[in-house]
Each structure stands twice: as structure tokens, then as C-alpha cells.
Design a protein around this ligand. Structure first.
Ligand code: URA
Length: 207
């Protein structure tokens, strides 16, 4: 399968998570560092059994330097609490480690990282995976899912299904909390229930 774990990733940076975090602070592999406040590296125990991968930091994450601390993080926290997963036990990170935005008046509006920016950042995600060696990986949204499982992955069709990534590791993808926040009316509740259902399946497998 065409997965991030199976693909040989060139130049995976070496060192402990703390050392990687320090190196990532100075990353200039794509231009996003120029306008972002800081690199938002992953957070969590060095040997977490479960890793959650989002897309890219938003405004709040850019300010605080931590993943999922804004509105999307609150949706995620609520869903994790519903299924009894303690956020402190998992490793939470993003596909892209810098905030990308456009300025509209006084606001900084989120802009999706392009394919080149995602590719430039892949070495950091690969390094996090190599250090943490989670047994379970959950991709939140299409960007993380396609990074993990390949471009053929379709979140609407394939979410909630476990796949073997290598002999020790299984992965699945589910809705990104921001997609839930953007969904209109009743659709928001449907997507949220599906996120919770998928996380319940994670909770059943998690040691
Ligand atoms: N959305 C993401 O994908 N990651 C974050 O850290 C915050 C919002």
C-alpha cells in the first residue's frame, strides 16, 4: 500500500523528540515559516500508543505553539471525552507545522497548505512517527488521510475503516473537527456523531 510508513522518506531528521522539536523550530524547507509566528510541533508522550494527525495549525495554535488549542481543538476534546480517551495519553500533531493564512483587513484567514508545502513538511511527520512508533494512527481530515494512505483515499468513502500500515501499526481516518464546524445545520450533528463513532472504535483498540 502507498502509505507514509511504507514509503522511504529521505532525510528523516535524527534525534529525540525534544531534539526534533528544536530542529523543526528552524525549518525553512518551505516559505510558510516567514509569516508564521512559530513552528507548531506535535505534543504528547514520547511513546504514545495512539497518534492523531490533523492538517495544519490555525490562528490560536500559531500563537500558542501547540496543536489543537483553538475551536477545532475544543470539538476534538469534547469528542475524545465522550469516548473516554484522555488527550494526555496521545500524541497529537499536524501534517503541516506552520500556520498559512491570508490577511483580510485585520483578520488572518486560514489558507490550505499546497502540495509542495505539504511535501516539504512530510519529513517532520515521518520523524515523529519514527520516534513515537504509535500502534494506532488516526488521520483527521483528507490532508492527513492522503498523506498517510495515499492520494486515492477518499474521506467520504473510506472513513472509519481500519487499515494495516505495517505489521505493528493500524490506521484509520475520520472527519476533521474543522469540517464539522463548517458543516451547515443538521449536517454538523451528523458529522460529529460519526467522529464520535470512529473515536469509539479507536478507544476499543487502544491499550
Ligand atoms: N486544525 C488542525 O488541523 N490542526 C490544528 O492544530 C488546529 C486546527
Amino acid at each position: 500500500m502507498d502509505t507514509l510508513l511504507a514509503k522511504p522518506v529521505q532525510e528523516i531528521p535524527d534525534g529525540s523528540l525534544a531534539a526534533l522539536r528544536r530542529q523543526a523550530r528552524a525549518c525553512h524547507a518551505c516559505p510558510l515559516w516567514k509569516r508564521a509566528t512559530q513552528t507548531v510541533f506535535g505534543e504528547g508522550p514520547e511513546r504514545a500508543a495512539l497518534m492523531l494527525i490533523g492538517e495544519q495549525p490555525g490562528l490560536q495554535e500559531d500563537r500558542e505553539g501547540l496543536p489543537f488549542v483553538g475551536p477545532a481543538g475544543r470539538v476534538l476534546d469534547r469528542a475524545l471525552a465522550e469516548v473516554g480517551i484522555d488527550r494526555g495519553t496521545l500524541f497529537l500533531t499536524n501534517t503541516v507545522k506552520h500556520f498559512k493564512y491570508e490577511v483580510r483587513g485585520t483578520a488572518k484567514l486560514h489558507k490550505r497548505a499546497n502540495a509542495a508545502e505539504q511535501a516539504a513538511c512530510r519529513m517532520w511527520l515521518a520523524a515523529e512517527l519514527a520516534r513515537v512508533q504509535p500502534r494506532l494512527i488516526v488521520a483527521l481530515g483528507a490532508m492527513a488521510a492522503q498523506t498517510l494512505f495515499g492520494n486515492g483515499f477518499r474521506i467520504t468513502r473510506d472513513r472509519g475503516q481500519w487499515r494495516d500500515l505495517d505489521e505493528h501499526t493500524q490506521g484509520m481516518a475520520t472527519w476533521h473537527p474543522s469540517a464539522i464546524l463548517r458543516a451547515p445545520g443538521d449536517r454538523r450533528d451528523v458529522l460529529y456523531r460519526e467522529l464520535v463513532e470512529d473515536l469509539r472504535s479507536v478507544a476499543r483498540r487502544k491499550p
